[in-house]
Design a binder for this molecule. Structure first.
Ligand code: ZN
Length: 217
């Protein structure tokens, strides 16, 4: 990938500044994804972090000047070349986090639901043992044990159902946020549940009119 930068209208990134040469510099991305800025024998020179350069490896954190008058924003230059590699790379974390949280919600709810459904039976067992040891023949204790045997599982089933109903709501909230975050950095289209790795292999936005590229692997 090469993006030409300068005052002339046929550059990829046109700079309307009299201190900038007609063909001032160019930005290249090599196969490893590294960025290089190359000065095209400009009049006022190209400076990276205060030092004049002919060709230098650069990153978005570097401060770049053309001469003393024009500050170059690398992120803007990349966007002019439809290169959204840096923004796209950040989507990996969003995707991984989404999947991780989704699994977490599902398994935590599954556990709680099971707990609510099985705990009452353990409780009934304990009550049964207590009654048989302490109060053989007592009508009151028999009444209590009958009551517990009927009510406790019902409560358990109710709580279990309530717990499992929470899953769709929590997942919905998570999915809604994901729809906002997991979007093409250029056109803002939600990228669906397409795994980041698959998108990375495609190397460009699935929306054909968008033209955003994420060339870095
Ligand atoms: Zn797009």
């Amino acid at each position: 990938m090469v993006i030409t930068i300068g005052r002339a209208g046929d550059n990829d990134f046109v700079v309307n500044d009299p201190h900038v040469s007609r063909y001032h510099a160019r930005l290249l991305r090599d196969e490893e994804g590294c960025l290089f800025l190359e000065d095209m024998a400009s009049t006022s020179g190209t400076f990276v972090n205060g030092s004049q350069i002919a060709k230098k490896k650069v990153s978005l954190t570097d401060t770049i000047w053309f001469g003393e008058e024009y500050k170059l924003e690398l992120s803007e230059v990349l966007k002019a070349g439809n290169d959204y590699s840096e923004d796209f790379a950040q989507l990996k974390e969003i995707y991984d986090k989404y999947i991780e949280q989704k699994v977490k919600i599902q398994s935590s709810n599954q556990f709680k639901t099971r707990l609510f459904q099985t705990l009452p039976f353990a409780f009934i067992g304990v009550i049964g043992v207590l009654i048989s040891t302490l109060g053989k023949g007592s009508t009151v204790l028999f009444g209590i044990s009958l009551f517990v045997t009927i009510c406790v599982p019902t409560i358990g089933i109710y709580l279990g159902a309530k717990q499992s109903a929470k899953i769709p709501r929590q997942l919905q909230d998570l999915a809604n946020q994901f729809k906002i975050d997991y979007v093409c950095p250029k056109c803002g289209t939600f990228l669906g549940e397409i795994p980041w790795e698959s998108l990375s292999n495609r190397k460009q936005c699935p929306v054909s009119s968008c033209k955003a590229k994420w060339v870095k692997d």
